[in-house]
Design a binder for this molecule. Structure first.
Ligand code: HEC
Length: 447
C-alpha cells in the first residue's frame, strides 16, 4: 500500500498547478475587470469635454496611461472623493475598494491584457444634466484666465429680471472651459425691486483691493429691504451636475428681480492665457413646490456658534466645534461641509434623544479643491430632540502644505454676511444642511 502522504503531496501539487494555470489563463483583463471600474469611477470626468485632462474610456486610453492610473488609484488621489465611505454613504459616490485598487495594480503588472473588448458595454457619458431645455440662460461676463499656472478665485455677480415672481426647480452652472473651471458655490438674492447697478461685477478674491471692491458690487440697496438669500441655489464641481429632487420636492421662489452670485468661482492653473464664458441655466417649476426645501447653516454666519472661536494662532493645531439642537423631526437631503485652506479634517454627526449616534459625514483629509454637496441615497430622518454636532480640525503649521502663509500667521474667521468672507486666506467653518420638515415615510424616499 502506498504511503498516504504521497497521495496528499501529489494531489496538492496538482491543485497548485491547476490554480496557476487557470489564473494565467483568465488573469485580470480590461474587458472583464478593469472597464467596469473605470467607467463608473473615472470616465464621468475623464471624457472629451469633461473635467479630467484626458480620456479614460477605451482600452487604448487606459492602457496608454496605465502606470499613472495605477499610481493615482493606489495613492487614493483619484477618484477624488474626500468623504469616508466607511462612515456614511451618498448618492453617486465614487470610491474604489481595496479589491478594485489591487485589480488595477495586478492588471498593469500582468501586462495590461485587453480581454474580449468586443463585449464591453460603454457608458452613456453625461455632458450636461438631464434636466432638459432651460427656461432662461444667463451668460457670465467673459473672464480672463492668465497662463500663470496659478489657482484663481473669483466672485461674479449676475443680475437677472424675469416677467413675474415664480418658482424654480433647479439652477445649473454650465462651465465653458471645463478643464479650468473647478468649482462654484452660488447663492441667489431675491430683491423687492430692481437692484442697484454696480461698477464691478467680477472680483478676484486674492486682490489687494478686494474688500473695497466688494462694496462696489452693490449687493445691498439702502432703498429696499435686505434681499432674501438662498444659500446653495446652485453649485458645480467636475463630474457633478445639478440634480433635481423627486417631483414636488425642492425648488425655491425666484423674484422678478434677482441676482445670482458665483461666490467662489475657482479656476485651476492654466499654462496659456485663455478666456472663459460659462453659463447659468434656470429651470422654472410648473407649480409651487409641494415641499420646498429649507436650509440650516451651522458655524460661520450660521445659527450655531463656533466654540472655541475660530482664531488659529501661528503653528497652532486646534479643534473647533458647533452644535445645534433640533426641536422638531427633519429629513435631511443634502449637506455641504465648508472650510478654507487650513482645514485639516471635518466630521458631523447627530446624537439623538436616546444618545444613539447617527453618522452624517467624515472627511479625514480635508481638500479645499473638492467641496462636494453630498446628497443621501434616501432622506435621512433626524428625530426631534436630537443635536447635530460639527467637529473640525485646523492646522496652522507648515506641515499643512495648503497653508497660505510661510511663516504661518494668525488666521481668523470672517463673518461678513454678504460674502466678503470668501477670501481663501480667511478661515470659515460652515455646515449647510438642506432639509424638509419630517413626514411619515420620508426615510423610504429615494433622492
Ligand atoms: C470628479 C472628476 C474626476 C474623477 C471622477 C476622476 N478624475 Fe482623474 N482627474 C480629474 C481632474 C480635474 C484632474 C486634473 C487635476 C488634478 O490632478 O487634480 C485629474 C487628473 C488625473 C490624472 C493625472 C494626475 C497627475 O498627477 O498627472 C490621472 C492619472 C487621473 N486623473 C486618473 C483618474 C482615474 C484612474 C480615475 C478613476 C479611478 C479618475 N481619475 C477619476 C478629475 C477626475
Amino acid at each position: 500500500m502506498k504511503p498516504k502522504w504521497l497521495v496528499v503531496i501529489l494531489s496538492s501539487a496538482f491543485a497548485l498547478f491547476w490554480a496557476c494555470n487557470t489564473s494565467s489563463k483568465q488573469g485580470v483583463s480590461f474587458a472583464k475587470d478593469i472597464a467596469p471600474i473605470i467607467h463608473t469611477n473615472c470616465s464621468p470626468c475623464h471624457h472629451k469635454g469633461g473635467a479630467g485632462p484626458f480620456n479614460l474610456i477605451t482600452y487604448q486610453d487606459v492602457s496608454d496611461k496605465a502606470k499613472t492610473v495605477a499610481e493615482v488609484t493606489k495613492a487614493r488621489y483619484m477618484p477624488p472623493w474626500p468623504a469616508d465611505p466607511n462612515y456614511s454613504h451618498f448618492k453617486g459616490e465614487k470610491f474604489l475598494t481595496e479589491t478594485q485598487i489591487n485589480l488595477i495594480q495586478q492588471w498593469v503588472e500582468e501586462g495590461k491584457q485587453a480581454g474580449d473588448t468586443q463585449s464591453i458595454k460603454y457608458p452613456e457619458l453625461q455632458y450636461y444634466s438631464s434636466l432638459g431645455k432651460p427656461d432662461v440662460v444667463l451668460e457670465l461676463p467673459e473672464i480672463e484666465i492668465q497662463g500663470d499656472a496659478r489657482d484663481r478665485f473669483l466672485v461674479v455677480k449676475n443680475l437677472g429680471q424675469i416677467l413675474q415672481d415664480t418658482f424654480v426647480r433647479a439652477i445649473e452652472f454650465i462651465p465653458n472651459q471645463k478643464t479650468y473651471v473647478h468649482h462654484v458655490n452660488g447663492f441667489m438674492l431675491n430683491y423687492q425691486k430692481a437692484p442697484p447697478k454696480s461698477t464691478i461685477n467680477v472680483l478676484n478674491i486674492e486682490s489687494e483691493s478686494y474688500e473695497k471692491d466688494f462694496a462696489k458690487l452693490n449687493l445691498l440697496d439702502p432703498s429696499q429691504p435686505v434681499p432674501q438669500r438662498i444659500h446653495s441655489a446652485f453649485n458645480y464641481l467636475p463630474g457633478v451636475f445639478a440634480a433635481a429632487y423627486p417631483e414636488g420636492i425642492g425648488g425655491f421662489k425666484m423674484n422678478k428681480n434677482f441676482a445670482l452670485i458665483c461666490n467662489d468661482l475657482h479656476y485651476g492653473p492654466a499654462e496659456k492665457d485663455t478666456t472663459d464664458r460659462s453659463k447659468i441655466h434656470i429651470y422654472f417649476a410648473k407649480s409651487p413646490p409641494k415641499r420646498p426645501t429649507k436650509e440650516l447653516m451651522m458655524g460661520t454666519n450660521g445659527v450655531s456658534s463656533i466654540k472655541p472661536p475660530l482664531v488659529i494662532e501661528p503653528n497652532e493645531i486646534k479643534t473647533c466645534r458647533s452644535s445645534l439642537y433640533i426641536p422638531e423631526s427633519i429629513s435631511i437631503l443634502t449637506i455641504n461641509p465648508h472650510m478654507h485652506l487650513i482645514g485639516e479634517s471635518f466630521k458631523a454627526f447627530v446624537v439623538d434623544a436616546n444618545k444613539d449616534t447617527i453618522p452624517l459625514i467624515s472627511i479625514p483629509e480635508w481638500d479645499f479643491r473638492w467641496q462636494y454637496f453630498y446628497t443621501y441615497p434616501k432622506m435621512l430622518k433626524i428625530p426631534a430632540g436630537s443635536t447635530i454636532h460639527v467637529e473640525a480640525l485646523f492646522d496652522n503649521t507648515l506641515d499643512n502644505y495648503n497653508n497660505p502663509f510661510d511663516p504661518p500667521q494668525r488666521i481668523q474667521e470672517r463673518t461678513d454676511l454678504f460674502g466678503a468672507g470668501m477670501k481663501t486666506t480667511d478661515e470659515m467653518l460652515q455646515f449647510i444642511i438642506t432639509y424638509l420638515p419630517y413626514e411619515l415615510g420620508d426615510e423610504e424616499i429615494e433622492l
